[in-house]
Design a protein around this ligand. Structure first.
Ligand SMILES: Cc1cc2nc3c(=O)[nH]c(=O)nc-3n(C[C@H](O)[C@H](O)[C@H](O)COP(=O)(O)OP(=O)(O)OC[C@H]3O[C@@H](n4cnc5c(N)ncnc54)[C@H](O)[C@@H]3O)c2cc1C
Ligand SMILES: C[S@@+](CC[C@H](N)C(=O)[O-])C[C@H]1O[C@@H](n2cnc3c(N)ncnc32)[C@H](O)[C@@H]1O
Length: 654
């Protein structure tokens, strides 16, 4: 991302892009123009007013800019829509503004103060990727930071209305290409509308070709004409393979059972509860987060690949989502810290990865490079390496987060309750325990980590287990100077109530949860390489590993290290339906996927559950409510449970 400061100009308090030679909006009439062009010509007041509780309205936008259109829409929504309806606003932006520029631009409109303040509280300049924001009541914003031509084909939504708001077509033609407009047509519901301030002939023709009946109407103020229109014919739907298409909704009631009270289960339950679902959350232990999600300090650890892979996109989106969740979470001071995180360049391979990331110009709010001296200053302890600094990261108590997520009127938590078998009874899933049926519901979510394999319907998932142990090291006066999380091959956090969490070991296919002295030694050896003075300050070599407290648990992962999030299919029927793939991997048989109706999974969150599990809850909610996806369609496919069934067929393993 180039430095936006050098590409923006303020003339009389009005924001102008030097890159495109155009203004974001006019100082005198910006808000009136938004209301006239986008809100009125899409008939939003009337359409919002006609919604019923539980309904959803989806708006797509090209060019998020300052967020002015979004804020005006939200304000109108608050005035006209009934309680219990939801607004999804999805916008694409290639050059996101800094928070300061956005604040300055929006300060022109005092009437938007409540919405503007809420946006600015959560907004930081966004890195490339997809970012989801929740504003209550029921207002959801998704910003895809990407070029429009790349983002649109990845946008998984059907919009009720579109705002086409690139800079002027002559100056910013890539925002108005036939291809872009065709994708917009394909992402519009039958009867859906668009509006745009321009009346350019090429734009009109492109929109007509995309399936819209286009009208030229009077433009705003001195502008002679603008365009608005309605989708005439349902255009061609995006061509997802049948195994990645969304299952039809097979239920009428918003009722679900979630099995598993860790980060994955409580996040899924919270995402559904906030959408009005009634959820029964089943956990076999006497408390939530008693297994992998039960460490005293979990860190928000990103470790981004140098290339823009789906995993990197998921991690960037999940990181921001969890940060925003924590910023609004009712957690005590001792349960979280936004103390920042340093990823130290502890060897040449790591230094090379970091250099590649730094060459990509991520916003400095997100990450920045620091040399050894700067890193030592930030950390408060002497360090042998520089590295990457994530100023907003830190640690949280995952169990406290799980309890907070599950504390909702619509979530009925059943502790000490073990699910042993799942049965399909009529249109419902019945979950059975040792004393018979525990609960029935049309939708069932498995957030049972590796024990997902205990259920017949999910036995085909290729889960891998990786034991990990943390060591709890007593704080000393010298170690209390540690101000930030340090990461290398492991991590250490500033002390929480007198104890530092130092971790964690990796032992493949070992599911023991006993605390072991030799793994304490491994953790301490890692710290000695990462921060020798801190190691000494903690009494490193003098610590007695036989008596040191710690905690061990099992991470769950997959062969491609991406989690499993989404609907489950009947594995045997799947192999029959798509047998053609065994002979030709490019086949796209039109056979519908044999889904297990209403059965979903969220597991294999590996070493990053704090980052991926809350966003996974939003992905599951998108399936269940048929909402816009919070991530791109390539990420939806990359985490889809069916990916392994497809790969097995192609490799002729099934
Ligand atoms: C040592 C260690 C350190 C880690 N450090 C970090 C970190 O710093 N940051 C980070 O982001 N991630 C970290 N992780 C990873 C993170 O903890 C996991 O990704 C996350 O906890 C996974 O959450 P989960 O809900 O999928 O699994 P779990 O927390 O294991 O939850 C699964 C739940 O399902 C319940 N369950 C299973 N079967 C049944 C059944 N049949 N009936 C009823 N209940 C059932 C279990 O009792 C359990 O409570 C670490 C992991 C380990 C092991
Ligand atoms: C007129 S401004 C949008 C104003 C905005 N709707 C608002 O409410 O402030 C146009 C926006 O389109 C963005 N843009 C230009 N070219 C783009 C591209 N190729 N892909 C995505 N966004 C682009 C610009 O960065 C700019 O923010």
């Amino acid at each position: 991302m180039n430095d936006p400061d050098t590409l923006l100009d303020w003339q009389d308090g009005q924001l102008r892009s030097l890159r495109y030679g155009d203004v974001y909006f006019s100082r005198d009439s910006g808000i009136d123009e938004t209301r006239y062009v986008f809100l009125a010509q899409n008939r939003l007041a009337e359409r919002f007013g006609a919604l019923r509780p539980g309904d959803r309205f989806v708006i797509g936008e090209t060019g998020f800019g300052t967020g002015l259109n979004f804020l005006c829409t939200w304000k109108l929504w608050a005035q006209c829509a009934p309680r219990g309806a939801r607004l999804h606003f999805a916008s694409i932006e290639k050059h996101p503004l800094t928070r300061e520029d956005m604040a300055r631009a929006l300060s022109l409109w005092p009437e938007l103060a409540p919405q503007r303040e809420a946006l600015l509280r959560r907004y930081r300049q966004l890195p490339p990727g997809w970012h989801r924001f929740h504003f209550d009541p029921g207002v959801v914003l998704t910003v895809a930071v990407s070029d429009v031509a790349e983002a649109l084909p990845q946008l998984e939504l059907q919009a009720d209305a579109w705002y086409l708001d690139g800079f002027a077509p002559a100056r910013n033609p890539e925002m108005w290409s036939f291809e872009v407009l065709r994708h917009i047509g394909a992402r519009t519901k039958p009867g859906g509308t668009f509006a745009t301030y321009t009346a350019a002939g090429a734009v009109r023709r492109g929109l007509e070709a995309a399936g819209f009946a286009v009208e030229r109407v009077k433009g705003h103020g001195a502008k002679r004409e603008m365009l608005r229109g309605v989708l005439r014919e349902a255009s061609q739907q995006p061509d997802a393979a049948p195994w990645f298409r969304r299952p039809e909704r097979a239920w009428t009631e918003r009722r679900a059972i979630v099995i598993g009270g860790g980060l994955a289960g409580t996040s899924a339950a919270a995402s559904l509860a906030r959408r009005g679902w009634s959820v029964v959350l089943i956990e076999r232990h006497e408390r939530l987060a008693a297994e992998a999600s039960g460490n005293p300090q979990g860190i928000l650890y990103t470790r981004l690949a140098a290339q823009a892979t789906p995993l990197r996109e998921l991690v960037i989106g999940g990181y921001g989502h969890t940060l925003r969740l924590l910023a609004t979470a009712a957690l005590a001071e001792t349960e979280r810290s936004h103390c920042g995180l340093l990823q130290l360049a502890f060897d040449t391979e790591e230094a090379a990865r970091q250099q590649k990331l730094l060459a990509q110009d991520f916003p400095s709010d997100f990450l920045r490079g620091v040399n050894r001296e700067e890193a030592s200053d930030i950390a408060g302890v002497e360090l042998p390496f520089g590295g990457l600094y994530f100023p907003e990261s830190g640690w949280t108590d995952p169990a406290a987060l799980c309890r907070m997520l599950a504390a909702h009127d619509h979530i009925d938590v059943r502790l000490h309750t073990e699910a042993l078998a799942l049965r399909r009874e009529g249109e419902q899933w019945a979950v059975h325990g040792p004393r018979g049926c525990i609960e029935k519901a049309p939708v069932l979510l498995l957030a049972t980590a590796r024990d997902t394999l205990a259920f017949e319907s999910a036995r085909h998932l290729p889960l891998k287990t990786i034991r990990g142990q943390i060591s709890l090291i007593p704080e000393t006066p010298a170690s209390s100077r540690l101000h930030t999380v340090l990461c290398g091959e492991g991590y250490i956090a500033p002390a929480r109530t007198g104890w530092h969490t130092l971790g964690a070991t990796h032992k493949f296919e070992d599911v023991g949860t006993d605390v072991r002295a030799d793994e304490h030694r491994e953790n301490l050896a890692m710290l000695q390489t990462l921060a020798p003075p801190l190691h000494a300050a903690l009494g490193g070599s003098a610590l007695d590993c036989d008596t040191l407290p710690g905690r061990a648990a099992v991470r769950v992962s997959t062969p491609d290290y991406l989690p499993l999030i989404g609907p489950l299919a009947d594995a045997q029927a799947f192999a029959g339906a798509y047998a053609a793939l065994r002979h030709d991997a490019r086949q796209r048989p039109d056979t519908p996927c044999p889904w297990l109706p209403g059965l979903y999974v969220s597991t294999a969150h590996g070493s990053r559950g704090l980052i991926t599990a809350p966003l996974a809850g939003e992905i599951l909610a998108a399936y269940l409510e048929d909402e816009p996806a919070p991530v791109s369609s390539r990420v939806m496919a990359a985490v889809h449970p069916n990916r392994f069934l497809v790969r097995a067929l192609i490799r002729r393993e099934r």
